[in-house]
Every structure is written in C-alpha cells, then in structure tokens.
Design a protein around this ligand. Sequence first.
Ligand code: DGY
Length: 319
Amino acid sequence: MTKLLITRQIDDAVLTNARARFETTVRTDPGGLSEAEAAKALTEYDAILPTLGDNFTAGAFEAAGAYLKCKVLGNFGVGYNHIDVAAARVAGVAVTNTPDVLTDATADIGWTLILATARRAGEGERMVRSGQWGGFGPKSLLGTQVTGKTLGIVGMGRIGQAVAKRGHYGFDMPVIFYNRSKKEAGLPARQVDTLAELMAEADFVVVTTPGGAETTKLIDAAAIAAMKPSGIFVNISRGEVVDEAALIDALERGAITGAGLDVYEKEPQVPERLRALDNCVLLPHLGSATVETRRAMGQLALDNIIAWADGQDLLTLVN
Ligand code: DGY
C-alpha cells in the first residue's frame, strides 16, 4: 500500500479520507520538519502532505539522494517557499499547492488587521482586560478613519484582488496596486509603475505577494521610508518579504502610524521589540485559519496526492 506522511494534525474528515486510501502516518509534533527529518521522510514515504515550516530544502533532496522514495509533495498551503521546487523537480518529485480555497479567509484576515490597526483595537482590548479603562472620552484612543482612504496592494494576485474588492465595494476606497507584470484587477483600480509610488500614495499598504527568493526584503527600509507618517502597513504574505528590523525601527520612531502583521521573518519567533510596541497588531499566522478553509485546503492537498496515485494529471502542480 502507498505510504503517506502527513506532517501535522489536520481536519478529521480529510484524515479519514486519507486513511481510506493510503497507509497514513500523521506526525504529532506541532513543529515543522528539520532539513534532516525532511530528507529522512523523502526516503521513507511515497507521498508527503507537508506544510509551512517543513524544510524541504535543496539540501534535503540532496541528502535523500539515491534513497529518495517520495514522488509527490501535496503541500497544505498556497505558499510553498519552504520547498525548493526546482530541487524537487530535478529529484523527480511533483509539488502541488492549495490556491483559491483560502483566498477569502486570507483576505478577511487582511481586513481584520486593517481595521484593528486603524482603530487601535489591540490597545483598546489590552486596556479593558487589564482594568485600565477609565471610561468613554472624546479624545481617548482615537484611530484613523478607513472609509474613503487610499488602499495600496502590493502583489495583485488572487488574495490581493480579494482584499481590494472588500476595500472598493465595502469601504469606498480608491485602490492602487503594484505588481511586477501588467495586471487586470477585475475592479476599478490603478496599477502604479513603482513600489515607491505605491508606498508614498497609499494610506493603507497591504502586502499579498508570494514569498520566495524574488520577493525577499521587497519591502526594504527605503520602501518603508516612502510611506506617509499617517500610513498603516499590513503584511499577510510572508515575513521575509519585509525587512522586519527596518519596519520595527519605523514603528519605534513613529515614522508610520501602525502595522498589522500576520507573518514574521522567523516564525514562530516574534522579536521582543515588535511585541513591546503598542502601534501594531500581531496575529499568529491566522490567514487561512477557518474550519471550512482548512478542511478545503487539506482535501485539495489530498486530492492532488490521490490524482498522483491514480496516474492522473495533478490538480494544482507548481513545478
Ligand atoms: C498559505 O497557504 O500559504 C498560508 O500562509 C498557510 O500556509
């Protein structure tokens, strides 16, 4: 029987489906596979359902070498920057991801961060919980109005478009976006030529690019410096897309008004300096975290592995 490794606990219904079809092993460790563990898994299983934090690096494929047994990595997640897809291809391992099914949930988290940061919801919540709230005050905890402000999207893919749609239709926001290639946004929105232009013009900057070598530190100190002092920065893509130290510096100096972050450079570590700041809202990578979405992601990852086992075209192949 085909041996499948699922590297983290997943939705019960999806797990039942996996067990019905494959000899399935599920890891109980909540942490990701190290490079050495990933290499070992590649030699022991025919198929793997990995996720963010599992280190399927070039080194892992190299270490598996001639003992490599695995033929497919059905990644749980749309982002796959934890897998060296070029090394996988050379090793003959197909890699798939889970696009579309998580678009709305992730866009909703982008909006959770926009609103929570603009309206200082984190600060307010901490105040209430700690018993520090002194009552309603005409000047207390004043935030920034969201409706009608300019929304700037960095990376106008599916998630960027879903964030933009909510801003345009729900909050009457003019939408601008920066994307490396020319893009039809599917709604009234203006593509700007440079990242600097977007950073300078937007009141709210939301980063939705994929992670990986091409976007690492795309948002550098200069890009952050181009933002308005009233600007709010939101990242729902990958931590490494942003120069985290430069962002912390800007937040500490009050060079921008606030930041809402769902992702970090070295997850699950979040720098102490960032945690100490009141002008940012920090979430633990919740983008796709709804019951419905995580079930759909698991099933799509599994369906890709089933397609491979049946000798059919993979549904969402990325390499
Ligand atoms: C994704 O799908 O890439 C999310 O960030 C969760 O991994």
